[in-house]
Write a protein that binds this ligand. Structure first.
Ligand SMILES: Nc1ncnc2c1ncn2[C@@H]1O[C@H](COP(=O)(O)OP(=O)(O)OP(=O)(O)O)[C@@H](O)[C@H]1O
Length: 654
């Protein structure tokens, strides 16, 4: 049934009993497999029905210091070692440091010696200037030279050039290394090694994907238009019967997820009912908003008017964030809110715990948790403050103002750790004054209003109640914040609300201070964990492509009308290999299921390892001893044949 292969030894079964396992992973060869030529299968990358060869497997040379934890020790393989190019070649002479992009120019120096430090070093004898630009303090000397500018950097030889580089031996195939230590120690240790991303992240991503792809039954929503401008597949994001006037915009609003007809990307359509746009000058502001990109602002993509809903509506198109929840829903919905009774109970100081006493202790109260009394942890509030002030800073720097800093217009996304200001630009369009000579003239005032809105938002969040914002409650609210949170937080809130102390959003930066480092640390740790999760899926997706390719070949009914195609030659070898990977049984006939075996063997095939493998026919009468490299050649030849057949079929049809 099968043809003899050049590099394959055919033997009778009995000669090999007991040797199979050792041969499959024990025989070593002296040739380095050409890992650079490992071909990979990329769906859709060719014109052959989406299946094509591609040399996209990254070369081992692109990896640094890969370990081989679970498979054959590379050094024991006897392969010719692969050396990396000397880092000295790529490490150029130290570069002259580049000063910050918006460093103040020499002409803007204002106060000689202001903030200058005494120093005995000769360079420091120069007077030092300091200037605060956009909330960052820059220091520079009278000559306005960046430090180290005269160190003759190009003259000093690189310390790396002479050092001999160690010869690195890379594993002969791609394989998943263990979790990096710095990530491993961040989490509770797990008993089993992880081949796949963690359950929590997977669940979160699956939920997002499901929401992104979700449709509605049009019979339930007969009024929903099939198409609105360039968008279709509308899905309401809030109950349809609940079309009340938005307290923020003063118009009835509806929000939909929709798919762009051209690109297939999902967006959020924010519809203002019954609005007729009568001045095109407003596009200047819309364009400014469209250009504003910030990770804490929901991006405005376009604005259009439409009659598709049966009225004159204006639609604002924003990026869609699957599973987003408003701050209002999160913290002020009936289930999460304390209600008036709860708020009053918290607002009433306990005997002997008055505002004066607590403010005296305030300086020692940082990093309170507050979870026991129903208030938000202080760290959550600072997390919000850092993201919101970052967004406001970007908005104000562009000469715009948010004007909608309200819990209903702030979205919590990505596992509730990220917040984004939503609905930017709507206020500007709806309240546009066509007679105003300069539509930006009022922005400074609106920016001040943003700061007060931020203060109000913090009061509401810190007291866990909108009620705290009522005119006669605000003093009590501040006292509650003073009692329950750090002095820093209550100072910030007071300064925001009074607006004399804080003239611009940049004035908030020093009040956040070192908490920026905490936020940065959290973000970078999360990035580390995500990278290690992605690392696992790199290998899973590679093996998935390999398996897909294998299954297009094995057990194919016919090719070019040849019904024996998959039972002969290379294909027969691959079929036996498939059985070797998946269909092995124990001596007493039970299925032998071992994921590590599957992963190891597929990786060896992918890399064309020179290791030997022993394949056996179903009837146990024929045994083939071959190498993974030979199997890989069979694999590539067969798949190329399939690709050619697929494209020739296409041609004959056309
Ligand atoms: N860009 C977006 N991506 C995903 N979901 C969004 C987006 N914008 C809004 N949503 C969702 O749409 C829903 C309605 O938003 P909306 O701004 O109308 O809130 P609201 O509380 O109903 O406010 P209002 O009282 O002003 O109507 C919210 O649940 C929100 O999570």
């Amino acid at each position: 049934m099968w043809e003899e292969h050049q590099n394959t030894v055919q033997v009778r079964r009995r000669e090999l009993v007991g040797e199979e396992r050792s041969m499959s992973c024990g025989v070593r060869a002296q040739v380095v497999p050409s890992v650079n030529n490992i071909t990979e299968f990329i769906p859709g990358s060719g014109g052959n029905g989406g299946l094509a060869h591609s040399a996209s497997t990254p070369s081992f040379h692109s990896f640094s210091g890969l370990g081989s934890p679970s498979l054959t020790t590379p050094s024991s393989l006897g392969f010719t070692s692969m050396t990396r190019s000397s880092p000295a070649a790529s490490v150029a002479s130290p570069q002259r440091p580049i000063s910050p992009q918006d460093s103040p120019s020499r002409g803007r120096c204002t106060s000689p010696n202001a903030g200058g430090q005494e120093d005995n070093g000769s360079a420091s004898n120069l007077p030092t200037y300091q200037e605060n630009v956009g909330g960052t303090t820059y220091f520079f000397t009278a000559q306005d030279q960046p430090p180290f500018a005269n160190t003759g950097a190009t003259a000093s030889p690189s310390p790396f050039t002479a050092a001999p580089q160690p010869t690195l031996v890379f594993p002969p195939y791609h394989v998943l290394p263990p979790t990096p230590a710095h990530v491993h120690h961040l989490r509770a240790p797990a008993n089993a090694p992880h081949f796949f991303m963690g359950d929590e992240l997977r669940q979160h991503l699956l939920e997002k994907h499901a929401l992104t792809l979700a449709h509605v039954d049009h019979e339930q929503f007969p009024d929903l238009p099939q198409e609105v401008d360039m968008y279709h597949e509308l899905v309401p994001l809030e109950p349809q019967h609940n079309v009340n006037k938005s307290s923020i915009f003063g118009y009835a609003t509806s929000v939909y997820k929709a798919t762009n007809i051209k690109t297939g990307l999902r967006y959020c359509l924010y519809r203002i009912h019954g609005y007729r746009l009568n001045n095109v000058k407003v596009t200047q502001l819309v364009d400014m908003w469209k250009k504003l990109q910030h990770s804490s602002v929901t991006q405005l993509r376009e604005v259009f008017t439409t009659k598709a809903f049966g009225d004159n509506s204006i639609v604002f198109v924003y990026d869609y964030h699957a599973g987003a929840e408003t701050l209002a829903a999160r913290h002020f919905s009936s289930s999460s809110m304390l209600g008036s009774n709860g708020w009053e109970a918290l607002a009433t100081p306990l005997p002997g715990n008055g505002a004066t006493e607590s403010s005296a202790r305030g300086i020692h109260k940082s990093h309170r948790h507050n979870s026991g009394n129903g208030l938000l942890p202080e760290s959550t509030l600072w997390n919000y403050i850092i993201q919101l002030t970052g967004a406001l800073r970007a908005i104000h720097t562009q000469g715009l103002a948010c004007r909608t800093l309200d819990p209903t217009k702030i979205l919590l996304t990505d596992n509730k750790s990220r917040i984004r200001i939503n609905c930017c630009g709507i206020h500007d369009v709806l309240n546009f004054d066509p007679n105003a000579a300069n539509p930006l003239a009022n922005m400074p005032q609106y920016q001040q209003d943003d700061l007060v809105s931020l203060g109000n938002l913090m009061v509401a969040l810190a007291c866990n109640s909108y009620m705290a914002l009522q005119r006669d409650s605000i003093q009590t609210a501040i006292e509650l914040i003073n009692r329950s949170y750090s002095r820093d937080l209550s100072m910030l809130v007071v300064c925001l609300l009074t607006s004399q102390r804080i003239k611009s959003i940049n004035d908030v930066m020093p009040m956040i201070g070192a908490r920026f480092y905490t936020a940065l640390e959290t973000a970078t740790q999360r990035a580390d964990v995500y990278e290690s999760e992605i690392a696992k899926e790199v290998h899973n997706s590679r093996l998935f492509r390999l398996l897909t390719k294998l299954n297009t070949i094995v057990d194919r009914h016919q090719l070019h009308m040849d019904t024996s195609w998959s039972e002969t030659g290379d294909r027969y070898m691959l079929k036996l290999f498939r059985d070797y990977v998946f269909h092995q049984t124990t001596e007493d006939g039970r299925p032998w299921l071992d994921l590590a075996h599957v992963v190891m063997v597929l990786n060896k095939l992918d890399a064309g390892s020179p290791d030997k493998i022993c394949l056996m026919s179903h009837d146990e009468q024929n045994i083939l001893v071959t190498s993974y490299s030979e199997l890989k050649r069979c694999f590539e030849r067969s798949f190329t044949e399939l690709l050619q057949a697929a494209s020739s079929h296409k041609t004959s049809l056309s």
